[in-house]
Design a binder for this molecule. Structure first.
Ligand code: TRP
Length: 386
């Protein structure tokens, strides 16, 4: 059967590993290349953070944040505006978000938030985080009430803030509470977007609720600094916005870019992440509804070890075959998880080499991964407010 890959704002579906190169082509974005990495490196040096280089670079170097829109010009501008060696330049703010569809986040959800936190630290800029209780309510098929989604948003905020954001420079908001501040911008966006456009972009049909149809403007609005009169400087000149997000959210920001200039705002700059694959194999995305595919932030150490112990690997079928041929790293889940979560570049490269040659066994790699993930979750639990 012909396999089709579908990645939209409301659906991610593929029965093969996702072809991220194809997404760059289809969406018309740019790949994160050596020039981007070099510019980030220059920021690291100018900000005096060279000793933490791996931490700030590994998401870029490993291809986890693999695609962008206009990031180059944002970086060049930032560097040009830095006045002396270590001072930051307040040339932009960061916007990201979360649809509160479950009580606890899983480790895949952490990726864009961890990146956002690292970028906040590296650039010393404000961050706004949207919780779309409205969106998840429109899309829910069960009997959950709007109040349920608001409550999940409040829980999710705790998970998000545990990523270590700077409390002075971070603003989280839940749509049904904050809408008054978004609304003037939402209204201006809605006037410019017609039904045809959102139908084509999001796949809505005549049966789609008007809630779903009008929602894209609400996710677009926070990319305009005028939505935050009490948090962002309002100098008359709108502030540039950088949006780190998983690649499936890009469609919302193509819509945002289409209307930005007509609203007198700059187009948002985008930085796109890959999805963390399912524990069961690279042909699936981690999903909260499939227990064996996912590690929740609330998971116990025992259960982490158990789930990783039985995850899909590309090791040889027998010890002899493994020693002779090594592991198939392309399909190996533990290696991909280390790619996402093991910061130490030298150690990561060493494991890849040894495991690929069969010098290291699957068991040894899984053991390292279990320790890394336990570390991530324990740190998260320590920082999460009750
Ligand atoms: N729609 C996103 C989700 O379902 C939530 C979201 C809102 C978001 N605003 C965003 C994600 C900005 C990334 C960037 O999870």
């Amino acid at each position: 059967m012909e396999t089709e890959q579908i990645v939209t704002g409301t659906e991610v579906h593929s029965n093969k590993p996702i072809d991220y190169g194809k997404l760059i082509k289809d969406f018309g974005s740019q790949p994160v290349d050596d020039e981007i990495i070099d510019l980030i490196n220059q920021v690291i040096i100018r900000r005096g953070l060279v000793d933490k280089k791996d931490k700030y670079l590994y998401y870029f170097k490993r291809g986890i944040f693999f695609s962008h829109r206009n990031l180059k010009s944002l970086l060049v501008n930032y560097l040009a505006c830095m006045t002396n060696d270590k001072s930051s330049a307040q040339t932009f703010y960061i916007y990201t978000g979360r649809g509160p569809s479950s009580e606890s986040l899983h480790i895949g959800h952490l990726i864009p938030f961890r990146m956002t936190q690292l970028l906040q630290e590296l650039f010393d800029v404000p961050v706004v985080i949207q919780l779309t209780d409205d969106e998840k309510y429109y899309y829910s098929k069960d009997k959950k009430t709007l109040a349920d989604f608001r409550a999940m948003a409040a829980e999710n905020i705790k998970d998000i803030l545990a990523c270590g954001f700077n409390p002075q420079k971070t603003f989280t908001f839940t749509n049904t509470e904050y809408i008054q501040n978004l609304y003037p911008i939402v209204v201006q966006i809605q006037k410019l977007v017609n039904l045809n456009t959102v139908q084509a972009m999001f796949g809505f049909d005549n049966q789609s609720s008007v809630g779903k149809v009008s929602f894209p403007a609400i996710q677009a609005a926070p990319a305009f600094s005028a939505c935050f009169p009490n948090f962002l400087p309002q100098t008359g000149k709108p502030l540039q916005c950088l949006v780190p997000c998983a690649i499936d959210q890009d469609v919302y920001f193509r819509l945002t870019s289409d209307v930005a200039h007509r609203l007198g705002h700059p187009k948002p700059v985008l930085l796109h992440a890959q999805f963390l694959p399912s524990l069961m194999g690279l042909n699936m995305k981690m999903s909260s509804s499939i227990a064996d595919s996912v590690i929740f932030l609330s998971e116990t150490e025992k259960s982490i070890a158990k789930k990783i112990g039985k995850c899909f690997s590309g090791g040889g079928d027998t010890i002899e075959l493994h020693k002779a041929n090594g592991a198939n790293l392309d399909v190996d889940v533990p290696i991909h998880y280390l790619r996402f979560f093991l910061e130490d570049e030298a150690q990561y490269m060493r494991i890849r080499a040894d495991y690929g040659k069969g010098i290291m066994s699957t068991g040894e790699v899984k053991k390292i991964l279990i320790d890394v993930i336990k570390g991530v979750i324990n740190q998260h639990k320590a920082l999460r407010s009750p």
